[in-house]
Design a protein around this ligand. Structure first.
Ligand SMILES: C[S@@+](CC[C@H](N)C(=O)[O-])C[C@H]1O[C@@H](n2cnc3c(N)ncnc32)[C@H](O)[C@@H]1O
Length: 278
C-alpha cells in the first residue's frame, strides 16, 4: 500500500506529462474523489496509507484526465453560484463568467423567466432558487440537455417552479415574462480550432457554435423576444468578448432601450442587457 502523498506526486507527474493545465489542482481533486474525502480535507489524509481500491480508482480517473476529459465530467457535477449541477458530455459545463449574468439579473425583481438554451439549467435554476416564488421555463434543442436540466431541477427542489421544454428558441412558446435570459452558442466556426481539448473534444458542439458566424442565435432571439416580454421586461445575454457592439446594435435596431454592456473580472465584454420599452 502507498501513502496519499506518494500517489498525489505520481498523479501530478502523470497529468503534467499529459499537458493538463494546473495539474496539481486537478490531481488533488481527483485523489479526494478516489479516496472519498472532501477536497478541503485532503491534506489531513495525505500521510495515511490509501486502500488498494482507492488507488485503483485514482489510477482510472487519472487516465481519463490525462486524455483531457474535464474534471467535472469525471466527478459528474460542477458548482455554479454555490450550488451543484449534474453535468455530462451532453451539456456545457457551467462557467464562472456566467455568474455575471446572474448578478445582472438579480439587480431587479422578476416573476417569470425564459432561459433560452438552458443546457444544465444552471441559469434558470439559479435565478429561481435566488428568488422565492419566481417561475420559469428552460428551453433547449437537445433532448439530452433537457433531461439533465430536469434532473437538476429535481435535485434542487425546483421542479414545481421550473419547466423544461425541448424546442428551438421560442417555437411552441406562449405568454409573456418579465425576464428573458440566454447564453446561446456564440463561437464562430473558425474559432473552434482554438478551443482546448477539454472543450473541443468533450463538450457538445451545438452548445458552442452556431455553425454560422457566432451571432445567428442572437439575431433570431432578438427578433422574436419582444413578443414574449412584457413592457419594461428585460433581456440579458451572455456574449463572447468581441460581441458587445454587434449584439447591442441588434437590440437597438429591434427597438430595445437601456442597452448596456457589462464586463467580466478580466475587463472583457461578457453580458449585454436591454429593456423592452413600454
Ligand atoms: C452555451 S450553451 C449554454 C448552456 C447553459 N445555459 C449555460 O449557460 O451553461 C448553449 C445551449 O443552447 C442550446 N441550443 C443550441 N441551439 C439551440 C436552439 N436552436 N434552440 C434552443 N437551444 C439551442 C445548446 O444545446 C446548449 O445547451
Amino acid at each position: 500500500m502507498t501513502t496519499g502523498s506518494v500517489l498525489l506526486a505520481k498523479g501530478v507527474r502523470q497529468l503534467t506529462d499529459a499537458g493538463v493545465p494546473n495539474a496539481p489542482r486537478d490531481a488533488r481533486r481527483l485523489l479526494a474523489h478516489a479516496t472519498g474525502v472532501d477536497a478541503g480535507r485532503l491534506t489531513l489524509i495525505l500521510p495515511e496509507e490509501v486502500t488498494e481500491a482507492a488507488e485503483a480508482r485514482f489510477a482510472a480517473v487519472l487516465q481519463r484526465r490525462a486524455a483531457r476529459e474535464p474534471v467535472s465530467h469525471i466527478l459528474g457535477y460542477r458548482e455554479f453560484y454555490g450550488r451543484k449541477f449534474k453535468v455530462n458530455r451532453h451539456v456545457l459545463d457551467p462557467r464562472p463568467e456566467t455568474e455575471i449574468l446572474i448578478e445582472v439579473a438579480l439587480q431587479q425583481p422578476y416573476g417569470g423567466v425564459i432561459d433560452l438554451g438552458t443546457g444544465s439549467g444552471c441559469i434558470l435554476l439559479t435565478l429561481l432558487a435566488e428568488t422565492e416564488g419566481a417561475q420559469g421555463i428552460g428551453i433547449d434543442l437537445s433532448e439530452d440537455a433537457c433531461l439533465i436540466a430536469e434532473q437538476n431541477a429535481i435535485a434542487l427542489g425546483l421542479e414545481h417552479r421550473a419547466a423544461v421544454l425541448r424546442s428551438s428558441w421560442f417555437d411552441g412558446l406562449q405568454g409573456q415574462v418579465d425576464l428573458i435570459v440566454s447564453n446561446p452558442p456564440y463561437i464562430a466556426p473558425v474559432e473552434m480550432s482554438d478551443l482546448s481539448p477539454e472543450v473541443h473534444d468533450f463538450e457538445p458542439h451545438m452548445a458552442l457554435t452556431d455553425g454560422v458566424d457566432g451571432l445567428s442565435a442572437y439575431r433570431e432571439i432578438v427578433a422574436r423576444a419582444p413578443d414574449y416580454l412584457v413592457a419594461e421586461g428585460r433581456i440579458i445575454f451572455e456574449i463572447g468578448p468581441t460581441q458587445g457592439a454587434p449584439v447591442s446594435q441588434l437590440l437597438t435596431a429591434a427597438g430595445f432601450g437601456q442597452v448596456q454592456v457589462i464586463q467580466d473580472l478580466d475587463g472583457r465584454d461578457r453580458v449585454v442587457c436591454a429593456v423592452k420599452p413600454s
